[in-house]
Design a protein. Sequence first.
Length: 305
Amino acid sequence: MTQVLGVDIGGTKIRFGVVTTTGEVLADWTIPTQIPLYPYLEQNVKHALSDHPGVQAIGIGTRGMVEPGTGKIVFEMQLEGWEGTPVKEWLEGATGLPVAVNNDANVAALAEAILGAGQGERNVVAVTVGTGLGGGLIFDGKIMDGKHGGGGEIGHMLLYPHGVPCGCGRRGCAEQYVSGSAIHRLIQEYQVVHEDGSFVTPREVFPLALQGHKQAQQVRARFIQDLALTISSLQAILDMDVVVVGGGVIDSAEAWWDQLLEELEPLLLKPLNLKRAEFGNEAGMLGAAMLVRDVSAVREKGRMA
């Protein structure tokens, strides 16, 4: 039974898991994120390897953009000092084990494609709707990184040219219309408030829509329309087998899933399977582990790099 270590690095916490290459979780724990990050990461990885000497490879999922092959962080704004860190090179040198590194949204998509809702499908696109809009493209079991590590940046497809300004510097990106932040803006736009006049939260708005709240239903309609447009545009380019929708918004899917299917149907060029993600917070850790599920291949790739 081959064991690997999956590590999911977020802005506030780092999740570790000792996982078999078939996806069985043998151990799972979380620590707070600390800056400077790399020495802290190395220390905790070594501690994990000491406790679990059977681990044969390490997979890392992280915030930011990762250079394909080298495992170097080439863009990250929130984790101070993380950008520019050659994580793969340093961690392999420190542990003597093969290491693979990729973006957190990509590895979450990989978890769904290999172990979750996309299991058994050849081409899987994951759409992750949380505070922002992320995603991952998994074709033939492999992450489509792109030349610079920017493959799968679904949130930065232009949905409405010249629309709402985005943090990337452009206007009208899908993330500004399909995300928790976008829902928050719509709540204010449609004045969805409690009896005391305070705005409802994004988590509250869809259940309110289900109860017949008119302004909440307007927010739901806008969100569904823009999510359907995003998915249909992806299909026109990729013609994938399945789209897996996840992220925090999936917790309220009972209030909008059927409406999404209805909105999407006339926009599709071909039949498309749409599924809800099976994994929540553990997707990043599981997907990181799946980066190194073929340990021998990872070792060979490391020798060739």
